[in-house]
Design a protein around this ligand. Structure first.
Ligand SMILES: CC(C)(COP(=O)(O)OP(=O)(O)OC[C@H]1O[C@@H](n2cnc3c(N)ncnc32)[C@H](O)[C@@H]1OP(=O)(O)O)[C@@H](O)C(=O)NCCC(=O)NCCS
Ligand SMILES: CCCCCCCCCCCCCC(=O)O
Length: 186
């Protein structure tokens, strides 16, 4: 990673909770209308996630041609979205909802269209409501596949109360197929 990111010294690292699936087990979408993971969001990127070892999660994204930024490569904003989503899903081990407060990406290598990206993310530690996360991406299928890390991300998420989204309920378009985790008011 070449960006600047300093972890506080006094972080607590969560342990894998009993409710977390075994490694390889599916993790749920956090909100069915989410652009990143929702199955009720036709224009989204519909990422799917599994639990990995420890408190790590894994997610995949096939780089479709509609995700193009520079000629033949993924748009940086789409890559950022995938990191945001994966790191948010990694926060599920806490069992309480979070939102993204800060996210920074290092774009290390060009990622050609048609690549299948694998993202790995985990919580590095928490302090008060702050949740420090990190993640990296590799191309696991396609002509450019290798073990090399093609992008990394660091993100600060904030634990929120379920009521956080209540003022936004009137903006939800239609009826979600699955309520937002931790928010029965939507
Ligand atoms: C993130 C958010 C909830 C934080 O607001 P808040 O709950 O009032 O949090 P506070 O301002 O009390 O900050 C809590 C802590 O987080 C830190 N913090 C908050 N936002 C931060 C940021 N962007 N960068 C770094 N630190 C941040 C504060 O410094 C504070 O740290 P401390 O515990 O060491 O004092 C609010 O800014 C928000 O709703 N932002 C929009 C989030 C969003 O929509 N994300 C995208 C979709 S998930
Ligand atoms: C009750 C447990 C709920 C845990 C749900 C945490 C998952 C939140 C993921 C948030 C990712 C949002 C990304 C974004 O919108 O920018």
């Amino acid at each position: 990673m070449s960006g600047t990111w300093t972890l506080p010294d006094d972080l607590e690292v969560p342990i894998r909770p009993d409710f977390f699936p075994a490694p390889g087990g599916d993790l749920p979408q956090h909100w069915s209308k989410c652009f990143g993971c929702g199955d009720d969001q036709p224009t989204g990127i519909a990422m799917r996630f599994t639990a990995a070892e420890g408190i790590e999660v894994a997610g995949r994204l096939t780089v479709e041609s509609r995700y193009q930024g520079g000629p033949g490569v993924i748009h940086g904003g789409i890559l950022t979205t995938a990191f945001d989503e994966t790191q948010g899903i990694a926060c599920m081990v806490l069992g309480s909802p979070v939102v993204t407060g800060h996210l920074q990406i290092d774009f290390a290598r060009p990622i050609p269209l048609g690549s299948v990206l694998e993202f790995r993310a985990r919580i590095d530690g928490t302090i008060r409501r702050k949740v420090y996360t990190s993640a990296e991406a590799r191309i696991v299928e396609g002509p450019a596949a290798s073990d090399e890390v093609v992008a990394t991300s660091r993100g600060l998420f904030l634990r929120i109360k379920p009521e956080h989204f209540t003022p936004m309920a009137e903006f939800v378009d239609g009826v979600p197929t699955m309520p937002s985790f931790g928010n029965s008011t939507l």
